[in-house]
Design a protein around this ligand. Structure first.
Ligand code: ATP
Length: 287
């Protein structure tokens, strides 16, 4: 499998970088603010408390990873931000709006664990789909889809079908689709969880470059400590269910521009250690 030089992504996005950043600077510095957020799923058996009194502030331009054991409520928290679930109690504000208003204004793009592409649509037509739904004219749809495909390093693959691409390439198409409506916020639910380690390394590198080039705010769910440390400006460590926040770790000791080699550095090891300790501490089921 070949990967485009991630530097191409930086070049492709350079022209947009200025306008994205200028637009961002005019807005509030807080993108997500959650206070005492709880969510209980009613089930036929007994209610399941997925989130308990979660307080979280996500600043503009941050790359925040949510990490915690399976079933601790990471996806639920992401879905609450996206207005795909409603909290049972507490408050959440997205860019000064309710999650519903933010969803209706298409303020976020969502990337799922599986690429969820339509096999009968070409790559380009998959990326164009949200623009089609928004009633954007064909020429503009196509221009925007091509711009996003260039951004994720997939120029030249517009006319391919998803099944002609590798898993990693399909996931990059789904990132391009999430970016098509130019959202401020990119929500990603374990997008690389199903990929082999080498592909995952390449995509992590690609994603961190994309994030720096666009200045987007990212919320990323992962099970991988190394992935969280490599990508994030802040790591949110969650407890086993009911999901609570155990620790919020700043990754300021790492440079913003990251190469895979930083994983060998003592600063990287120190943050990974703190994440691991946080996960260990929280490891007892209490409901
Ligand atoms: N629609 C639902 N109805 C009932 N329970 C649910 C529902 N969705 C999730 N849950 C439960 O809520 C808890 C949190 O689930 P969630 O998917 O948010 O966790 P997660 O941390 O993302 O897990 P994983 O890492 O395995 O993807 C789990 O116990 C799950 O079984």
């Amino acid at each position: 499998m070949t990967f485009p030089n991630p530097l191409d992504v930086r070049e492709a996005t350079a022209s947009r970088q200025g306008s994205d950043r200028a637009a961002s600077s005019a807005k509030s510095s807080v993108v997500v603010e959650a206070r005492k957020l709880s969510l209980v799923y009613p089930t036929a058996d007994k209610p399941v408390t997925a989130l308990s009194e979660v307080d979280l502030t996500i600043a503009r331009g941050d790359f925040v990873s949510l990490i915690g054991p399976s079933g601790c409520g990471k996806t639920t928290l992401l879905r609450v931000i996206a207005d795909l679930e409603r909290p049972t109690s507490g408050h959440i504000v997205i860019e000064g709006m309710t999650p519903e208003q933010a969803r209706l204004k298409r303020l976020y793009g969502y990337v799922f664990q599986a690429p969820a592409l339509y096999p009968w649509r070409t790559v380009e037509r998959n990326v164009m789909l949200p623009l089609e739904i928004m009633g954007i004219a064909r020429a503009e749809r196509q221009a925007r889809a091509r711009e996003q495909l260039e951004r994720v390093g997939l120029s030249g693959f517009e006319r391919k079908f998803p099944w002609q691409l590798s898993g990693g390439m399909q996931q990059r198409v789904s990132i391009a689709r999430a970016l098509a409506l130019q959202p401020d916020l990119l929500l990603m639910d374990e997008p690389f969880g199903a990929l082999d380690e080498i592909t995952r390394d390449h995509l992590n590198l690609h994603l961190t470059q994309l994030w720096r080039a666009t200045g987007k705010t990212c919320v990323f769910v992962t099970h991988s400590i190394a992935e969280a440390v490599f990508l994030s400006t802040r790591i949110v460590v969650m407890s086993p269910r009911p999901g609570r926040i155990l620790d919020v770790i700043d990754c300021d000791s790492l440079p913003r521009e990251r190469k895979l080699e930083i994983r060998e550095s003592p600063e990287f090891a120190a943050i990974a250690h703190r994440v691991r300790e946080g996960l260990k501490e929280g490891h007892s089921y209490d409901d």
